[in-house]
Design a protein around this ligand. Structure first.
Ligand code: Z5A
Length: 219
């Protein structure tokens, strides 16, 4: 990569329990092995304000209405984009983010049924100029996700929703891959972890190759 180039912005997405958090160190290592400086972050969170909002969103007992939930997600995101993500990218640092705005389209747009148009208005306002360069979207059956979730910590506020909610979340996520095929790469997360890593590696290797070629052409 040329010294004065912007960093690349890569996001990891998928419904709860699909294995994003498990995959993150593998993705991190693969990207770093290409020689770039990489920063890992997450949403909601990534800043002191964002982490406080995460606590409210996931662990408070408030009955938060869908619109308030969407606005809180985007409040955390506005702080995150302006103070962390954008400055890093501008300095040439690559950013790997565990969830970003595709999650708002899936959970608030789909799960809470606010719709794509409402979420798109917030997206445009908060970071209309910024989109991930690549999104790895892990997709697994609800049975597989549930079985994996049972193996870990207690459930948070959103995870207490019903099956219809999670059906809409998965459908909305899959629609993102249909609507943005060049950016959002659907990865089958049903198989064993090693196989999921292989699929993610194939997608990443392709993207890294394309970006390297673009970088060489610009020199
Ligand atoms: N949210 C939102 O609503 N709107 C937004 O805009 C944003 C977020 C940004 C926080 O997400 C919540 O915020 C989330 C969406 C909402 N709520 N829900 N529900 P989070 O990312 O912090 O939390 P999470 O979705 O619950 O993710 P997680 O806890 O990090 O789960 P995961 O990353 O998908 O899974 P994991 O922890 O990597 O794996 C779970 C277990 O399965 C673990 O024991 C693994 O060892 C095992 N595992 C993983 N992969 C495999 C395979 N392939 N086979 C077998 N076992 C596996």
């Amino acid at each position: 990569m040329m010294a004065d180039e912007r960093g690349r912005f890569i996001t990891l997405e998928g419904a709860e329990g699909v294995g994003k958090t498990s995959l993150l160190p593998f993705v991190r290592e693969l990207i770093e092995s290409s020689g770039v400086e990489l920063m890992c972050t997450r949403e909601p969170g990534g800043t002191p304000l964002g982490e406080d909002l995460r606590e409210v969103l996931l662990n408070s007992d408030h009955a938060i209405v869908g619109k308030a939930e969407a606005l809180l997600m985007f409040a955390a995101r506005a702080q995150h984009v302006e103070t962390v993500i954008e400055p890093a990218l501008a300095e040439g640092v690559w950013v790997l983010c565990d969830r970003f705005t595709d999650a708002s389209f899936a959970y608030q747009g789909g799960g809470r049924e606010l719709g794509v148009a409402q979420v798109a208005v917030l997206e445009q306002w908060v970071h209309g100029y910024l989109q991930p360069d690549l999104t790895l979207l892990l997709d697994a059956s609800r049975e597989a996700s549930l079985a994996r979730m049972r193996r870990r910590r207690e459930v948070d506020r959103i995870e207490r929703e019903d099956e219809l909610f999670f059906g809409r979340v998965r459908q909305a996520y899959r629609q993102r891959a249909v609507d943005y095929p060049d950016r959002v790469k659907l990865i089958d997360a049903n198989p064993a972890f090693e196989q999921v890593c292989e699929s993610a590696a194939a997608v990443l290797t392709d993207a890294l190759g394309d970006w390297e070629a673009q970088s060489v052409l610009r020199q």
